[in-house]
Write a new protein. Structure first.
Length: 327
């Protein structure tokens, strides 16, 4: 009888969304404050960055401190993200508008002829400022980061390896951040294959999966420029992928970060606040979900696990160190 009443393993799936993903910190702060059980953390893109920090540093307090310090640093103000934020900001005045147009032109022209706008050295410096130099297996909770193999398109779930390098791969936004080579393969941002990684969390043993989705909804304004049409089309594709993958989530927390630009990491205070608000509003439902699953987890887990094993057949889970012979 006790096996039927065992505590379900809770997985947290942290989605991508660049600076908007700083809201993950707010969600984690509330769950940590309420002693809400978290057994598995899986992140993609910014979700991998914050999930990696949370599970290897001293919880939310140290994670928030590092991100606040970085967002206020001179290194960040010289970064590509701050450059893009300034270029996209709606400024008044002829000189300000001209400056923004020039900056956009520089960004687009450089991404046409270089592999990425930000160098690999700059990316490594930023990641090193935020994450400890440890192996993923040293995390307090079970942690995994999702990346995409640029050649095969496979979704790769890293459960081991150097935290900094794996997270760099998961965050490698095409055109903006450089692809990351590992063991003869090349990896890019995991958000291109998994927006909110619920299925990987299931594959790693979670009975209950809570997703945190901070990606924007598809816009309702018809674009008029070619580049905006391409961006809108990519958003449609991402939204369709997210709808398909949401079936693996038991509950989704959606912080309202629509007013935060995806490159505006200086809005960290607002993002954290919105994450906390969304998590606090979700707490009653999360507790009910956990209570219900506690009594039914053994009875329902067998057929569900069979389904998830079949669905996850194409996931590539890396749980031993990479070498040049493959994964």
């Amino acid at each position: 009888m006790t096996s039927f009443l065992r505590q379900p393993r809770v997985g947290l799936a942290l989605g991508g969304g660049a600076a908007r993903g700083l809201a993950h910190i707010g969600v984690l702060k509330v769950l940590e404050r309420e002693n809400f059980p978290i057994d598995i953390v899986v992140g993609t893109s910014i979700g991998a960055l914050i999930g990696g920090a949370f599970t290897t540093l001293n919880g939310c307090e140290e994670t928030e401190r590092r991100f606040l310090k970085f967002s206020a640093s001179s290194e960040f103000r010289r970064s590509a993200f701050d450059f893009i934020r300034e270029a996209r900001r709606d400024k008044r005045g002829l000189i300000s508008r001209a400056s923004a147009i020039i900056k956009r032109g520089i960004f687009y022209s450089q991404t046409l002829y270089k592999v990425s706008f930000m160098s690999a050295e700059a990316l490594a410096h930023n990641i090193n400022s935020l994450l400890p130099d440890v192996d993923i297996r040293e995390a307090r909770q079970s942690f995994a980061a999702v990346a995409a193999d640029l050649v095969t398109g496979h979704e790769v779930v890293f459960r081991c390896g150097p935290l900094r390098k794996v997270v760099s791969a998961s965050c490698a936004i095409p055109g903006l951040l450089p692809p990351v080579p590992m063991a003869g393969r090349t990896f890019i941002d995991g958000g291109w294959v998994d927006r909110v990684p619920g299925l990987p969390a299931r594959r790693l043993g979670a009975d209950v999966v809570i997703g945190v989705d901070i990606s924007p909804e598809v816009g309702r304004v018809v674009p008029t420029r070619g580049v905006d049409v391409m961006v809108a089309a990519t958003s449609l594709q991402a939204a369709a992928l997210k709808r398909l993958q949401s079936r693996y989530l038991d509950y989704v927390i959606r912080p309202d970060v629509s007013e935060i630009h995806w490159a505006d990491f200086s809005a960290i205070g607002l993002a954290i606040e919105r994450g906390m608000e969304a998590a606090e509003a979700a707490l009653p439902q999360l507790r009910r979900l956990l209570s219900w699953r506690r009594h039914l987890v053994q009875q329902i887990s067998s057929p569900l696990r069979r389904h998830f094993r079949l669905a996850a057949a194409d996931l590539e889970v890396v749980d031993k160190p990479l070498d040049r012979s493959g994964v």
